[in-house]
Design a binder for this molecule. Structure first.
Ligand code: 5GP
Ligand code: ZN
Length: 115
């Protein structure tokens, strides 16, 4: 999508701190980190939200996203202490970028529940 900020990041039209990339998925640092480690794991395909994930995406892209999350948790040394994976969906879910993404937050003890 031409006006999507994450599509622009994926195409290299907007700079980002890339930490992960394969055929279907990229990972980059969140521009406004809420924890010492705050990464975004994003499909290269423009999928607007969790509600727009197709059956085909569920077979290919979603497993690759979680493989990326596991690899990044190891690389950033948070797999032992633990971390949080968050997907915000829609207005009430607090989604501000309309391109599916999973937050990977770690490096400190996180509070629960969210507001
Ligand atoms: P959401 O609120 O949609 O779940 O999360 C969107 C996230 O994208 C926010 O944490 C925000 O800081 C991050 N973000 C927004 N614009 C940019 C950007 O241009 N670059 C990067 N790296 N992160 C962004
Ligand atoms: Zn997009």
């Amino acid at each position: 999508m031409s006006d999507c900020i994450f599509c622009k990041i994926i195409k290299g039209e907007i700079p980002s701190e890339l930490v992960y990339e394969n055929e279907h998925v990229v990972g980059f640092k969140d521009i406004n980190p809420e924890a010492p480690i705050h990464l975004l794991i994003v499909p290269k395909k423009h999928i607007s939200s969790t509600m727009d994930i197709t059956d085909n995406d569920k077979n290919i892209i979603i497993p690759e996203i979680f493989a990326g999350i596991q690899q990044l948790a190891k690389e950033f040394n948070i797999e032992q202490d633990g971390f949080r994976v968050v997907n915000n969906c829609g207005n009430y879910g607090g989604q501000t970028v309309g391109h599916l993404h999973f937050h990977l937050l770690g490096g400190r003890e996180l509070q629960w529940p969210p507001g």
